[in-house]
Ligand binder design. Structure first.
Ligand SMILES: [Zn+2]
Ligand SMILES: [Zn+2]
Length: 293
């Protein structure tokens, strides 16, 4: 998708109102409810005088000829389109780095502030043109890992125009099963997850981890490893190699003592270790904090 203006001489496109109470100057507001988070452009962005809202402009080249180009005003709409296809769950429609930091600051949660700083530093170092080591947030349920993962994805999309695909691991398994039930091949979805510049997987290691489930995650991680794709993720499991401990029943409390290596297998674990840095998202349990107020 073309993202940048082709005409360096053009005036900057119309900007959102920095004092807009609806969008806070971001230019986007949450869209219609559904399974996935959606954004819409805010009405505070003035109409574009250059293209009249069509997005098409003619750009004069140095040799005097003109070519059709994409107007600079389309940058935000293009990024909103990427966001709306990213597969972010609807309940995280408003999850941003600012909302994460504000929540952590308000409850004085040093661990979460440290996780926010690590995410912000990673975003700063991210360069779409080269191989990027991913980040994996790890922490117990309710610690804000998914919020942080979505916020990082949102920033990559809206601030940088990077294509990101978000998927919750057990949801991915469900989609694949539905596809098999309907006689569809899994190739389209798995190819998309292998090829997107940044893949964000929520809840790595969750599930029963049957041979089939292990083969799905192995396939995705291997393909991204081979193509130097960036992988972000979250997990409730400790980032450590396989411990060799026997696999407990899903309902057993002992499952929490398993490592991510136990859950994913040696091969996938060692590739993840090469591809990702690990960030602990500890601190106060957000859901408990929310309930107690
Ligand atoms: Zn606005
Ligand atoms: Zn325009």
């Amino acid at each position: 998708m073309p993202d940048d203006p082709r005409d360096a001489t053009a005036a900057p496109p119309p900007q959102p109102d920095p004092a807009c109470p609806r969008c806070g100057g971001e230019g986007v507001v949450p869209g219609a409810e559904g399974e996935h988070a959606r954004l819409e452009l805010c009405g505070c962005i003035p109409p574009c005088p250059r293209c009249g809202g069509t997005g098409r402009v003619f750009v004069q080249r140095e040799d005097g000829t003109t070519v059709a180009g994409r107007c600079a005003c389309q940058r935000l709409p293009d990024r909103v389109a990427i966001f709306n296809r990213a597969g972010i769950p609807a309940r995280f429609n408003r999850a941003t780095l600012v909302s994460f930091a504000r929540g952590a600051g308000m409850i004085g949660d040093g661990d979460k502030i440290a996780a926010f700083q690590a995410a912000a530093a990673w975003l700063k170092s991210f360069d779409p043109a080269r191989e990027n080591r991913g980040r994996r947030g790890r922490g117990a349920p309710g610690r804000g890992k998914t919020h942080l993962l979505v916020a990082v994805a949102r920033s990559l999309i809206l601030d940088r125009g990077v294509r990101v695909r978000f998927i919750e691991f057990t949801r991915l398994l469900g989609l694949l099963r539905e596809g098999y039930g309907a006689g569809r091949s899994d190739a389209v979805l798995l190819n998309e997850l292998a090829a997107v510049p940044v893949l964000a997987i929520d809840e790595l290691g969750k599930g029963r981890m049957t041979d089939w489930e292990l083969s799905v995650i192995d396939d995705i991680v291997s393909r991204r490893y081979n193509s130097f794709g960036c992988l972000l993720g979250t997990s409730n499991f400790r980032p450590a190699p396989p411990s060799g401990a026997p696999v407990p029943e899903l309902a057993s409390a002992a499952i929490q003592r398993q490592t991510l290596g136990d859950r994913l297998g040696e091969r996938t674990w060692s590739r993840l270790g090469e591809m990702c840095d690990f960030v602990e998202v500890g601190g106060v349990d957000y859901r408990v904090v929310g309930r107690s107020r």
